[in-house]
Each structure stands twice: as structure tokens, then as C-alpha cells.
Design a protein around this ligand. Sequence first.
Ligand code: BES
Ligand code: MN
Ligand code: MN
Length: 466
Amino acid sequence: MEALKPYLETNKERFLEELLELLRIPSISADSKYNGDVRKAAEFVAEKLKAAGADKVEVCETAGHPIVYGEKILDPSKPTVLVYGHYDVQPPDPLDLWHSPPFEPVIKKTEEHPEGAIYARGACDDKGQMYMHIKAFEMMMQHNRLDCNVKFMLEGEEEVGSNNLGTFVTQNKERLQADVVLISDTSMIGNDTPSLETGLRGLAYMEVEVQGPNRDLHSGVYGGAVANPATILAQMIASMHDENNHITIPGFYDDVLNVTDEERAEMAKATFDLNHYKKDLGVTEVWGEKGYSSLERTSIRPTLEVNGIWSGYIGEGAKTVLPAKANARISMRLVPNQNSVKIADLFKAHFESIAPPYVKVKVSSHHGGEPVVTPTDSIPFKAAVKAIEATYGKSPIPTRGGGSIPIVALFEKELGLKSILMGFGLDSDNLHSPNEKYGLFNYYKGIETIPYFYQYLAELSNGSAH
Ligand code: BES
Ligand code: MN
Ligand code: MN
């Protein structure tokens, strides 16, 4: 794949310009005001896929945002790679914390990204990472070096739970037949410490409402005599972690597959600079479940987080009020073998059981997803390791990721396919945060590495039934 390098060098500028164009489209899947832009992004991606040489390119309609499909089938005896990515992005809020507008990408150099980083919503998650696959495909097509069959399935609803992709996968099992799924939507430890994720956490996302009196009340006239639902909600939430920061929901840990001491010792070898971590985040101390390291807390252990909490008056100035209601969105990250439906049920039963008689509570479930682990002894995993070795000159450290891509478990269940999580982002790239960025180093390194994956997958599969 050394032969592709000059093409990458010659086309660097254009590869970047095209990504910037895609980043200018505000394809925010959560907000229906942007439905037209989400479609525009889908059409852009479809057009580029076609231009790169894909056949049967289609913008597939769903009950929600469209799915872009395209393929290149060269030889049925070769392995087939199903590339998955998403062209939708998270809402950019809070807008005032961005140093430049989220949909007007700019390139700036930083200590972490001395070669420059693209600042824009979706730069890393996942437009930048997804687009690397289209450019890598273009390079392989141009040089007649596509060593595997490839199918692209790029969706516009990942950030809102991939509900319609589930239906699409179930209805298109034949069309999506492949040997492995390849995804770049995760992170590496650092640009000089390549890593490969071997798992993702699952997710159970809940919403709760605590209702006190039947209307907002004057806090002087009634305060102190009627329970304030905001206080009650705060107490209920606080009680869900004990003094060791274990989650107190009965049965919550029952199905957790404990990681062996050997595996933990292996994980502990990954470089982790706690001081840098704290400094980067502006915290004086880290927090978490007793008995586990920060890395373990964000990978092999389940967690419970408040994602949003609201009640009372939060407009300009001050208003004395005893609110009638308090609400929160609470998510739990899950690890093998927890099940999102079971955990959602346990949460609901527990939350209802701890509600004091002064309030009424309602609990509902948003989206969920199951945790996954990927085998590290498979041919595709070995191909990914070799690909990274070829371009980074170092072996990737296997790590378990903290984030979730709920559809990955479904690929396994519906298509019988394992996924390779070959992400090139960094955890510090501000995903879902203001000032999201993606290093130019990472973008080009990804484009350079992907063709090696195809090459080694073909080579290592040769002779073995793939
Ligand atoms: N790409 C992320 C997931 C991710 C990020 C995995 C970093 C590993 C490392 C994905 O787009 C995402 O944000 N997923 C959501 C879940 C989804 C249902 C909204 C998440 O993890 O919160
Ligand atoms: Mn993503
Ligand atoms: Mn995301």
C-alpha cells in the first residue's frame, strides 16, 4: 500500500476541502429543524461515494433520516468488508462556549495537534472518521488495489439511537452479507500510542419526573411546609451511589462479567498520566467507584450519570418559587453481560421504591443498547493490528472503550458479524462538547491505514474460510 502514498500526498488538499464542505452542513439528527440539512449531508456522502467508484449507490429512505448505501463487489471469493459510520452529529449547544462557529470549520494548531486540527461539530464524531473510509476507497480504486469487496452503510441517526437502522438491517440481511464490519467511530490513546478498542459499553437511558404540589407555589408562603420536588429529586439521585460510589440499585451488578486479574494487569500497562488527565479537565481530584482505576471506571465497570436536570425558574434574574415538578435524564453505561432492558426495569422499580410519600414519580425509558466485546484472535482483528503497525510503526494496545454504539450489538445478532473498532480520534477531541476537533494527523493517518486493513484481511483470509 506504499504505492498509494503519492496519491494521498497529491490529493491531501482536496481530501481536506471535501471534509470541510461536509462539516459545513449542520446535520443535527436530534432537531427536526435540521431535517433538510441531514438529507443534504446524506446526498453529499452518496455523491462522493459514487464519485469514488462505488456501485448501486442509494440514499435509502427510512421512517427517519436516510441511510446511504453503496458497494463494490469485485470477486465473491474475496472477503467482504461492511463499512459503517454516521454522518449525523450532536447538537452544538452550548453555542456561546465555541471559539468559532460549529458549522464553519477552522484549522488551528495546538500542543496536542501540532500539525493542526479541524474545529467543527462532527469533525471527529463521526464525519471526519467516516469520510476517511470514502477517501481510502477512492485511493484503492484509483490504484486498482482494492483487495476485498466492500459495502458502505452510512446512517444519519446514530446520535439519536439508530432506531431505523435496526429495521433497515433486519430487512436487508441479504444485501448486507459480509465477513466483518469496519467502524471508525472510537478513539485511540494518543497519536504516538496507537490502540484498538475491543469493546463498547451498552446504554440504558432513562427519564424521571418528580411531581410535588399540583402547581408552582410561592416559596415563602408554602416553602418549608410542602416537599420541594427539586430537593427530593436531588436526594433520590444522590442516594443512587453509596459512600464507595457503588451504584445502589438492587441487582444492578448481578450480571456484570468480572474481568480477571490477569486482564486487569494487562490493562494497567496502558500509559495513563493522571496529572495530565486532571489538568486537561480542570479538576483537582478524580472520582469514581472504589477499587478501580480511572481507566477501569470508564471501560470495564458500569456507571450511572445524570445527563440533564431541571426544575423551577432558570430564566433571567431570580424568582421565588417552589416548583411543582423536577426532572432528570439519567443514563447507565453497561458492560458485558448486563442487559439494557433488564437494567431499565431495575432502575424503574428502584426509583419508584425510593420515592417518599410527598411526591409522585414517573419513570420512562429513552433508548438503549447492549455492550459488546470483540475477539482479539480473529483474522480481521489481526489485520487491523498489522495495518496500524504498518503506518504507526507500533503495535496498537487493545483497550475497552467507554462509549456506546448500540447498533454494533445488533450487527452481531442480526447479521452474525463481529465489528472492528478502528477509531482514530482522541478522547480529548471534545466529542459532544463545544470546540469538537479532529487532528489533521489523525485524518490522514486514518486514510493511509485503512487500505492496509483491506490488504492484510485479504492476505490473512487467503486459504482460510472467511
Ligand atoms: N462515536 C460515539 C461513541 C464513542 C465515542 C465510542 C468515543 C467510543 C469512544 C457515538 O457517536 C456516540 O456518541 N454514542 C452515544 C450513544 C448514542 C445512543 C447516542 C454515546 O456513547 O453516548
Ligand atoms: Mn459517533
Ligand atoms: Mn456521538
